[in-house]
Design a protein around this ligand. Structure first.
Ligand SMILES: [Zn+2]
Length: 288
C-alpha cells in the first residue's frame, strides 16, 4: 500500500508524508483503518483530522503479521434488539416506536436535501434487556436518577453457567470469586426470546441463592431469563432480597455464551430518569 497523508494535531501544527509504504493484511483497506494504523505505527498523539491521499495498492510480501492487523473484539453486546411490537414480558404491552416528526414532514423545516427524524416511543419501562434499581420494588429505594454511575459501569464480571436448570440454587455460586462483582448467570434461556416458550418455566434463582449472593457482597446480578424470580406464584423473594440491599438486577440478557468465565467488565447504564426504577439498557462486556 502506498499513499500520501496529511495529519493535523489538535494542539496545533501538522505533518505530511509522501509515498508512504505500509503493509496491509487484506486486499483493500479503508482510509479510516489506514489512518488508525498510521497513527499507531508512528506513535502519534493529539491527532486531529487525517487525510489519506493518492492511495494505491502494490503487491509485496507481507511484513506485518496478521495478529498486529486485527485487534480482537473488545466488546460483547449482551442486549436484545427492541423493535416496535416486541413483547418482552407476558401481560405488559409492546413498545410503539414511531415518528413524532417524519423525514418527509421535516423537509419543510430545513434547507433542500436536509431531513431529520424525531422518534416517539411509548413503552413500559420493563422492555428489552433492562436493569432494575431499588425503586422498582421499594417506594423509598433509589430510582434511576439516584443510583450512582459506578453501580452501572465497568463492574468486574464473572459468568456462572447454569444450563437446563429451572431452580438455580446456592451450589452454582460456591467455589467462585463473586464478592464486589457483577454475577452474570448464563442459562441460555435467551434462545427462546420472542417466542411463547420464553414466558413459561423459565430459569430463576432460589431465595437462598439470592441471600447467598447478598451475603457475599456481590454488586449486581444478571440473568438471560424472563425473570430472576419464579413467576409461577405471587412472591418475588429474589427481587426483594437483592434490591433491598441495593444490588441491581439485569434481566433478559443475551449472548452470555460469548463471555469468558472472568476477566471482563460489565456495564449496563440506563438514562437518568426520576421516578422510574427500571429501564432498558445497552448491556455489554468489555474484555480485559
Ligand atoms: Zn426484575
Amino acid at each position: 500500500m502506498v499513499f500520501d497523508f496529511e495529519i493535523e494535531f489538535t494542539n496545533g501544527g501538522g505533518i505530511q508524508g509522501q509515498d508512504f509504504r505500509m503493509d496491509i493484511a487484506g486486499e483493500t483497506i479503508s482510509d479510516k483503518e489506514l489512518a488508525d494504523y498510521l497513527v499507531a505505527d508512528l506513535r502519534l498523539l493529539m491527532v486531529g483530522k487525517v487525510n489519506i491521499l493518492n492511495k494505491f495498492y502494490i503487491e509485496e510480501k507481507h511484513k506485518r503479521n496478521s495478529t498486529q492487523q486485527i485487534s480482537p473484539d473488545k466488546f460483547i453486546d449482551l442486549s436484545h434488539v427492541i423493535f416496535d411490537g416486541l413483547i418482552t414480558y407476558k401481560g405488559l404491552p409492546a413498545p410503539i416506536i414511531c415518528d413524532y416528526l417524519s423525514r418527509e414532514k421535516s423537509r419543510a423545516n430545513y434547507e433542500e436535501g436536509t431531513t431529520f427524524q424525531i422518534g416517539k416511543i411509548e413503552m413500559v419501562t420493563n422492555t428489552g434487556t433492562y436493569i432494575d434499581c431499588p425503586f422498582h420494588r421499594f417506594e423509598n429505594g433509589k430510582d434511576l436518577s439516584e443510583v450512582e454511575l459506578e453501580a452501572f459501569a465497568n463492574l468486574d464480571g464473572v459468568t456462572i453457567y447454569a444450563p437446563h436448570t429451572l431452580e438455580i440454587d446456592i451450589s452454582y455460586f460456591k467455589n467462585t470469586e463473586i464478592r464486589n462483582k457483577a454475577v452474570l448467570i448464563r442459562t441460555d434461556w435467551s434462545e427462546h426470546w420472542n417466542t411463547d416458550q420464553y414466558f413459561e418455566n423459565h430459569p430463576f434463582l432460589t431465595l437462598e441463592a439470592a441471600e447467598y449472593l447478598r451475603d457475599c457482597g456481590v454488586k449486581l446480578v444478571g440473568i438471560d431469563s424472563h425473570n430472576i424470580d419464579d413467576t409461577r406464584g405471587n412472591s418475588r423473594p429474589v427481587h426483594t432480597t437483592l434490591l433491598g440491599s441495593e444490588i441491581l438486577i439485569v434481566e433478559h440478557l443475551c449472548n452470555l455464551d460469548k463471555l469468558p468465565v472472568g476477566n471482563y467488565q460489565f456495564s449496563a447504564v440506563p438514562p437518568k430518569f426520576k421516578g422510574a426504577g427500571t429501564f432498558p439498557v445497552r448491556a455489554f462486556a468489555t474484555l480485559l
